[in-house]
Design a protein around this ligand. Structure first.
Ligand SMILES: O=C(CO)COP(=O)(O)O
Length: 251
């Protein structure tokens, strides 16, 4: 019922030429978007190359961040209104790297979610605990808190259409994947939180990704879990062959 969604998050890697090369290498080998949605989230500077080369293909395009205002004196920020005009589909918000290095708060992330919907885009909202929080036995309540704060004021219809990515910080770029059971456990908490805030119908519609050292070798096991509907993939999404193995995990 929920269409799986595998998104590469390139982070601050790749330039426009590499972006064009990548898309040319994958565009004819992607699954139908009704079977698995294949997404690439690229740095803002690469989005024109990504959009241009992905035209007419099954590839969906995401920005890695956007601001909560449409325009104005906000030096260095990216307008969600312009992202929509360009043809972008999704925007990642609340990635742990943005929370940690750029001090983004739950409130900022919530404002960004509203701005993204206002402009007709869909957010991929990230959440996830640190190793310290996990070891203190507080992962579930931490993630529940982040999800609750991010969704504040959004309608049931909006929440039904968005994506939440559970990315335990200790598993990002470390090669340490959460076991599929650990990932499933917290993804189930995310869904339960949505059910508590809205209702079970909304919770059954929201798509939940796992992120943190996802690779071709573990994608099938993760995707087999009941509450995992997709992956948000860093390192393994930078190479066409590995990206294609991920999005074609059903074959
Ligand atoms: O942060 C991530 C995706 O947003 C995960 O990165 P890695 O897949 O490189 O661990």
């Amino acid at each position: 019922m929920r269409t799986p969604i595998i998104a590469g998050n390139w982070k601050m890697n790749m330039n426009p030429e590499q972006t064009a090369e990548f898309v040319k290498a994958v565009k004819d080998k992607l699954p139908a978007s009704t079977k698995v949605e294949a997404v690439i989230a690229a740095p803002a500077v690469d989005l024109p190359a990504l959009l241009e080369n992905a035209k007419g293909s099954e590839l969906k395009v995401a920005a890695e961040n956007s601001y909560f205002e449409d325009e104005g004196a906000f030096t260095g920020e990216t307008s969600p209104k312009v992202l929509k005009e360009m043809g972008v589909d999704y925007v990642i918000i609340g990635h742990s790297e943005r929370r940690d290095y750029f001090h983004e708060t739950d409130e900022d992330i919530n404002k960004k979610a509203h701005a993204i919907f206002k402009n007709g885009l869909l957010p991929i909202i990230c959440c996830g605990e640190s190793l310290e929080t996990r070891e203190a036995g507080k992962a579930e309540e931490w993630v529940e808190g982040q999800v609750t704060a991010a969704l504040k004021g959004l309608s049931a219809e909006q929440v039904s259409s968005l994506v939440i990515a559970y990315e335990p910080i200790w598993a990002i770029g470390t090669g340490k994947t959460a076991s599929s059971d650990q990932a499933e456990e917290i993804c189930a908490v995310v869904r339960k939180t949505v059910a508590k805030l809205y209702d079970q119908t909304v919770a059954d519609k929201v798509r939940i990704q796992y992120g943190g050292s996802v690779k071709p070798a573990n994608v099938k096991e993760l995707m087999a879990k009941e509450n995992i509907d997709g992956g948000l993939v860093g390192g393994a999404s930078l190479v066409p062959d590995s990206y294609l193995q991920l999005v074609n995990y059903k074959d």
